[in-house]
Design a protein around this ligand. Structure first.
Ligand code: SAH
Ligand code: SF4
Length: 398
């Protein structure tokens, strides 16, 4: 393992990476997190034509620019104007850890002592980036290190897409149509993406935008533990892939492992996920079911049979995740035997079933093991959850 300590900058100490103060006290707009539509509005507010948004989008996301001086196809006077009112400010990387197997982890300071984690996992031609959406998480799943840390705040769109920007740039000089290290993104880092809906949607759409990262919709995946009202809205805003953190074949067990299940039980969640997939124009899409295997808790053959039965009419593929143990948990990872048996039962029942291999063990870099450092703000978890409950009453489906 090698470790790079990257010096901290004072700008990155700001609580909100989306806005920074300039000398006169007016906020500079951070263009890093703006969707193409928002960037077009920004240029319209400067009486500049829309094509400027495309130019600047390419500079930021395809060439990794962090200042306007580099933008040689933008006039000098516009560059000066932009420098006065705007900035391109990624979040601050405090540490980069490189594993012997090529996995790379970034510790990213988002405010005060709060640190979120981003992990890059290479696998042949594929390079998957596991991106965080919140500082901590309010949903408190019993087997999750992030959940045990409590919740601090949502990441801004600049902090979310900034993780992709940082990872892409860490692999060297970028050229417009050159090879890319990051070929896939999964929203499986810290936080529940659907509880930070607008910023996550804007960021995922930048990942897929031809003038930004240009990833295909089959290479960007949102993972959710099941915030059904938000999932019901998702297809209006994006067509990325969907993964559901199921982890149990019945409500009784899932209520224990994933407490949000008490509000939005399995049947409701699977209905909503199926509607999302079916609203996509391309057929043959499948929901990825994530199932973390915990010794003696949910890894018995009868759980596998029950899961096979539960998913009978749902278009799914299944990804089994060996539980990653952490300090504050008494759970144990399922044995290799139990994992193999579980997989066999599902495959015999006709499901495409993969087992997630553990990578970056020497730097604790497995997705689902990202802990960072989170200052929980008392009651903030409850307030955050309540905000969404009020905004989106539960729909009861037949
Ligand atoms: N909040 C979202 C996305 C982040 S968690 C969600 O829950 O889906 C990403 C995945 O890692 C989820 O499937 C989650 O259940 C899993 N996970 C969390 N803690 C884990 C652990 N200790 N071991 C294995 N998987 C874990
Ligand atoms: Fe939050 Fe996902 Fe962890 Fe549950 S598994 S606490 S939803 S990050």
């Amino acid at each position: 393992m090698s470790e790079h300590i990257i010096p901290t900058s004072s700008a990155a100490q700001d609580a909100l990476a989306g806005a920074n103060e300039v000398a006169g006290g007016s906020p500079k707009v951070n263009l890093l997190g703006l969707s193409e539509a928002k960037l077009s509005d920004f240029f319209a507010s400067l009486n500049e034509p829309k094509f400027r948004a495309v130019q600047v989008l390419k500079w930021i996301h395809q060439l990794g620019a962090d200042n306007f001086e580099d933008m040689t196809n933008v006039s000098k006077s516009l560059r000066a104007k932009l420098s006065a009112v705007a900035e391109i400010r990624p979040p601050e990387v405090v540490k980069q850890l490189d594993s012997a197997d090529g996995t790379r982890k970034f510790l990213i300071r988002v405010s005060g002592n709060n640190v979120v984690e981003t992990v890059f996992i290479p696998d042949g031609d594929r390079g998957t980036l596991c991106v965080s959406s919140q500082v901590g998480c309010s949903l408190d799943c019993s087997f999750c290190a992030t959940g045990k840390q409590g919740f601090n705040r949502d990441l801004t769109a600049a902090e979310i897409i900034g993780q992709v920007w940082i990872a892409a740039k860490s692999f060297g000089q970028l050229t417009m149509n050159g090879p890319r290290a990051v070929t896939n993104v999964v929203m499986m880092g810290m936080g529940e993406p659907l509880l930070n809906f607008d910023n996550v949607v804007d960021s995922m759409n930048l990942m897929m935008h031809d003038n930004a990262y240009g990833l295909s919709k089959r290479r960007v995946t949102l993972s959710t533990s099941g915030v059904v009202p938000q999932l019901d809205r998702l297809s209006q805003f994006t067509d990325a892939c969907l993964a559901i953190s199921l982890h149990a074949p019945n409500d009784e067990l899932r209520n224990e492992l994933v407490p949000i299940n008490r509000k939005y039980p399995i049947a409701m969640l699977l209905d909503s996920a199926t509607r999302y997939i079916q609203s996509m124009p391309d057929t043959h899409r499948k929901i990825t079911i994530e199932y973390t295997l915990i010794d003696q808790v949910n890894d018995r053959p009868h759980h596998a049979h029950e899961l096979a039965e539960l998913l009978r009419d749902v278009p799914v593929k299944i990804n089994l995740i060996p539980f990653n143990p952490f300090n504050l948990s008494n759970y144990k990872r399922a044995s290799n035997n139990a994992i193999r048996k579980f997989q066999d039962i599902l495959m015999e029942a006709g499901y495409i079933t993969t087992v997630r291999t553990t990578r970056g063990d020497d730097i604790d870099a497995a997705c689902g093991q990202l802990a960072g450092s989170v200052n929980d703000i008392t009651k903030r978890s409850e307030r955050h959850r309540a905000r969404f409950d009020e905004a989106q009453p539960i729909k009861i489906l037949n």
